[in-house]
Write a protein that binds this ligand. Sequence first.
Ligand code: NAI
Length: 399
Amino acid sequence: MAKIVLLEKIHASAADYLHEHGFTDVQQIPTALSGNSLIDALAEADAVGIRSATHIAAEALTMLPQLRAIGCFCIGTNQVDLTAATAFGVPVFNAPFSNTRSVAELVIAEAILLLRRIPEKNARAHRGYWDKVAKGAYEVRNKVLGIIGYGNIGSQVGILAESVGMRVCYFDIESKLPLGNAKPLKSMEELLRQADVLTFHVPGGAATEKLLTMERLALMKPRAVVINASRGKVVDIDALNQTVREGMIAGAALDVFPSEPANEKEEFISPLRSLDNVILTPHIGGSTEEAQENIGREVAEKLARFLKSGTTRSSVNFPEVPHTDKPVKSRVLHVHKNEPGVIARLNAEFANNGLNIVAQQLQTRGAIGYAVTDVDGEVSPELRAKLCSASAVIRCYLV
Ligand code: NAI
């Protein structure tokens, strides 16, 4: 049975899932590891689970030839050298959807709080001032929620917003199926003009940097508010600071920032600090107990399915082969360079050894190909060794 090492206090749901699915050798190490400690800890591991603090570079992969899969129990996978992992034939899995609901709930809560002017009233009450006025405080019912980026999180925010009576519009660069009564708009500018609450749910990167500029902020209604729980650089923070200070918009809630402290010892610096009508949270949109539990289960399931049957569905770096049960004696997982003749040679070896192919799935992605082959007999150690050492083969093993 495969050995799995889980680092960095991964939620207990992961080990529970693995135990329930027959993996008895699951070792848990509470800290992140690096250098020789990492290599020593993973020397016999078939799979490793990490969060964001353990880095797996090409050198580590070279020294861990038996490592078959990496599970990132988080959303991001920057901590793994994905190019190297692919070249070594190691699929990397993550949990892209497990905290979607957590982010969506925070956005709805912030929309309600901002439209009611709660952040200012709360701050004033803390300072002893009884600001009991209705002026400028609105219900969210019938207000327009403008979503920029209607993907997993954006569409979930839309569904929740409708349940509290908001009218949902969105702008996405791709055409997306509108859920509920959500209305797609043709341009971001149109959305900015209509929105009472504007919320960003786009990916990071150069293409989405400073999507919200001074010119675009100037299109918004003075009583509108802006929420960003996507990536810090999506909003021009100086422009936002100026518009809030000048009363061009009524407030904002930010969970992500162009530059964020690396840890709790570093001071959080932002021009928006001290503004009572701005909610600032330390990138915790997806940080809930439920999300951690979901992440534990989601990635554990992906690792378990890969180790048991070779499934690579939703791997971030690998050709995707969907799940199928293993109805026969032997299933051969074959990772190879994506070049002509490899599958012909593989299948010829099966035929030469009297093995009938019952099913075969092949997918390629960039430089690598991945074939999962079910054969109706025993694959001998000699044949396995031959398959592993054939030209263009990166990895080959039986499950
Ligand atoms: P997704 O990939 O499912 O959706 C992104 C959507 O944005 C896609 O529909 C895409 O077509 C659209 N898009 C891309 N460029 C666009 C543009 N220029 N204008 C309009 N639409 C554009 O991503 P998901 O899972 O919904 O995540 C959204 C963001 O939330 C990501 O940046 C992610 O890093 C962030 N996030 C933040 C968390 C937090 O703790 N605050 C937790 C989880 C995710």
